[in-house]
Design a protein around this ligand. Structure first.
Ligand SMILES: NC(=O)c1ccc[n+]([C@@H]2O[C@H](COP(=O)([O-])OP(=O)(O)OC[C@H]3O[C@@H](n4cnc5c(N)ncnc54)[C@H](O)[C@@H]3O)[C@@H](O)[C@H]2O)c1
Ligand SMILES: [Zn+2]
Length: 357
């Protein structure tokens, strides 16, 4: 088993990564809880809920299953889950378990962060992407004006990552998760980046997957430990995300996965970085890898004015100017402010390049 420890301003927690550890959640509980409330979705529940329940037979456990998909990261589902928690008499000594991908993790985490001013929760991620979202304590729901606009920093008390669960993921979710791994490589480690870009997604062994996830979690954990509240270097994890969030909002959540949008966002950030810093930053290599692995690049054929307006709404935007994470070199990210006219020019040239392929 691989384990990593993260120190936060409130407590330390352990990330455990291995196969089949979902059966033994009990072993990772560091205190006695009055009630354990498992929150999961209707794709994950039939596959893994019983396995989790199996390991918690001595506890008072309740669970709820909500529809899968980004739409549940909403004020309505947030409220509904608070109601379920109250009806089941959860108290301040209760625990929430988020069993699922990033949607469940963000939503259940935000419920935990605010139920009776905050109770413990554990992340049990089941997607590749949630190697990223389950670590670092960012929890949130969406507002119709944008993603993750209502939320908090609220670290879990443990992350239990059973990589065996990845085997049931559909192809677009594998692409989604690998995009975040590629992101972590771009901002930190050229060797890791080369390994990933040499890897066809259709031929990954379990061993390779485990190794890639461990590397990704290590990058993420290392950054959030140094900058828990995104005062400085944590911003680098938003590489590719300013445009990605705008693409997701323009297309409507669900047309494209989060990571697939991040993939296009990273490519754009490299397009800007290569021109701004005048050096080769793997734009062509990334484009080839994304094309070979069937990332939906053609979906970028969308209205640029809408995209720009949405980019200006981003949480990181200040005074209507857009902030983007760019790369000076592989492993050397920087945050730059870009005015609207320059942004529009870069977006037009990028769109032309993408729609020409
Ligand atoms: N908090 C953070 O730091 C952070 C970081 C990155 C992303 N996010 C958020 O994460 C969310 C995306 O997460 P996601 O990509 O995991 O999406 P998701 O939770 O919607 O999961 C993707 C799909 O896969 C299904 N699924 C989950 N596990 C499965 C399994 N093992 N087998 C088969 N199907 C499975 C789900 O039901 C869903 O349909 C976004 O809302 C994004 O904003 C948060
Ligand atoms: Zn992301």
């Amino acid at each position: 088993m691989e384990q990593l420890h993260v120190a936060t301003s409130t407590h330390d927690y352990t990330i455990s990564i291995d196969e089949n550890i979902r059966f033994n959640i009990q072993d990772y509980l560091t205190k006695k809880y009055t009630t354990i409330f498992i929150i999961t979705d209707d794709q994950v529940a039939p596959l893994y809920l019983d396995d989790i329940l199996y390991g918690l037979q001595d506890q008072r456990v309740v669970h709820t299953v909500i529809p899968s998909g980004e739409a549940t990261k909403s004020i309505e589902y947030y409220y509904q889950l608070q109601t379920v928690a109250l009806e089941n008499r959860l108290d301040r000594q209760s625990l929430i378990i988020a069993l699922g991908g990033g949607v469940i993790g963000d939503l259940a985490g935000f419920v935990a962060a605010t139920f009776m001013r905050g109770i413990d929760y554990i992340q049990v991620p089941t997607t590749i992407l949630s190697h990223d979202s389950s670590v670092g304590g960012k929890v949130a729901i969406n507002h119709e004006q944008g993603k993750n606009l209502i939320g908090n920093f609220y670290p879990p008390v443990a992350v239990i990552y059973d990589v065996h669960t990845i085997q049931t993921l559909p192809e677009n979710e594998i692409r989604s998760g690998y995009a975040e791994l590629v992101k972590e490589a771009f901002i930190s480690n050229e060797d890791f980046l080369q390994q990933l870009l040499a890897q066809p997604l259709s031929a990954i062994s379990n061993e390779q997957l485990k190794k890639h996830l461990y590397e990704g979690v290590k990058v993420k954990a290392g950054i959030v430990e140094k900058d828990e509240k995104e005062a400085n270097i944590r911003k680098y994890l938003n590489f590719g995300h300013t445009l990605a969030h705008a693409i997701e909002a323009t297309l409507g959540y669900g047309r494209i996965t989060h990571g697939e949008a991040v993939a296009i966002g990273m490519l754009f950030a490299l397009h800007v970085s290569e021109q701004k810093y005048g050096r080769d930053l793997y734009y062509n290599e990334l484009l080839t890898w994304l094309t070979d692995n069937h990332y939906p690049l053609s979906l970028f054929n969308i209205d640029m004015d809408t995209v720009i307006q949405l980019m200006k709404l981003d949480k990181k935007a200040t005074n209507q100017e857009v902030q983007m994470v760019l790369l000076q070199q592989i492993g050397k990210p920087t945050v730059e402010t870009i005015d609207e006219t320059t942004l529009a020019t870069y977006l037009q040239t990028f769109k032309k390049e993408l729609t020409a392929i």
